[in-house]
Ligand binder design. Structure first.
Ligand SMILES: [Zn+2]
Length: 324
């Protein structure tokens, strides 16, 4: 447990995932609020109990829970606080907390089709199995109210909601303009990349979002705020926000340049690019590597540097000047 100031505490909780520990934040104000809820394991709950006790609290003292986004390492224990009647977050989180079967089914169907468009061979089984095994660690319930850009956190008027889509379509962060503090979830971390991952659109037939482009906008948003300390969901607290933001932009633009270079040798499908860029990783992490490649393709397309053409059921990418 780390004391940030007399009304803000950082709790650190283990997860079974490669990312390691996740941070939760306890906010004291007109309400006792927990920001994020760790992962649904006994170990995580014990860690929360022990750290709350250090500050003189018990899980039943928590009055409300506010979630940065829907990923299981942030929602896991929403049900573990008997007096937390209010659970808040971006509206999309509700679909995940309710474990909305229809939504999950649409989600899987979208990716079946999308994998085909990207030329991913059928032995990659789609994302259904992974999605469901991850849900085992996610919390269950429903949101009692939705938060959006500019809202003040109930009971904590100094804290406002900043929309930070990119890493997840449901991602929001919290900014305290008086103390220049920013609780950033998985939006910006010092030594961990945020992976803007592709998600299925909420409504059938809707276009998917371009998470990398959203992520770039959210980074700029973050840069425009005066932040003294960034309190992340994973990794260490940091102060050099604009430096970290710049490093993210640099790394991403370098990756985009690499994709562009590959396309100069001729047209490619997204899967062919995955194989060239991640020669072994694509086999075990097709979802992440595909999100990475498609992100760069979205970026290059938005800049008018490449174009996409459909041939049958498949999408091909080539430089904008190819064939001229
Ligand atoms: Zn996340």
């Amino acid at each position: 447990m780390k004391i940030i100031n007399n009304s803000l505490f950082q709790l650190t909780v283990p997860t079974p995932f490669a990312v390691g520990d996740v941070h939760l934040y306890l906010l004291k104000g007109d309400s006792l609020t927990l920001i994020d809820a760790g992962v649904k394991t006994k170990k995580a709950f014990e860690a929360i109990q022990v750290q709350l006790k250090e500050i003189g609290y018990h899980p039943r003292d928590i009055e409300q829970i506010i979630l940065t986004h829907h990923h299981p390492d942030h929602t896991g224990l929403v049900e573990a606080f008997p007096r937390a009647k209010e659970i808040m977050g971006n509206g999309l989180v509700d679909l995940w907390l309710r474990k909305d079967e229809q939504y999950f089914k649409r989600y899987e169907d979208f990716f079946k089709d999308y994998f085909r468009r990207c030329d991913i061979p059928p032995h990659f089984k789609g994302i259904g199995k992974k999605l469901r095994s991850l849900m085992h660690y996610a919390g269950e319930g429903n949101l009692t109210s939705f938060l959006d850009e500019g809202d003040r956190l109930p009971g904590h008027q100094n804290w406002q909601v900043i929309n930070t889509k990119g890493h997840a379509q449901s991602h929001i962060s919290f900014y305290n303009e008086t103390e220049k503090l920013f609780i950033g979830g998985d939006h910006l971390m010092k030594n961990i990349s945020s992976n803007p991952v592709i998600e299925a659109p909420v409504l059938e037939g809707e276009q998917r979002a371009s998470p990398l482009l959203q992520y770039r906008d959210s980074l700029r948003r973050c840069e425009s705020l005066e932040i003294s300390h960034l309190l992340p969901g994973h990794g260490e607290i940091f102060t050099n926000v604009s430096e970290v933001v710049q490093a993210r932009f640099d790394k991403q633009e370098k990756r985009a340049a690499h994709v562009f270079e590959l396309l100069q040798s001729g047209k490619h499908t997204a899967f062919q690019l995955c194989q060239s860029i991640f020669p072994t990783r694509y086999e075990t992490q097709i979802d992440l590597t595909l999100s990475e490649v498609v992100g760069q393709l979205d970026y290059l397309q938005a800049r008018g540097m490449i174009r996409k053409s459909a041939e049958g059921e498949m999408d091909f990418y080539e430089t904008a000047t190819a064939g001229e």
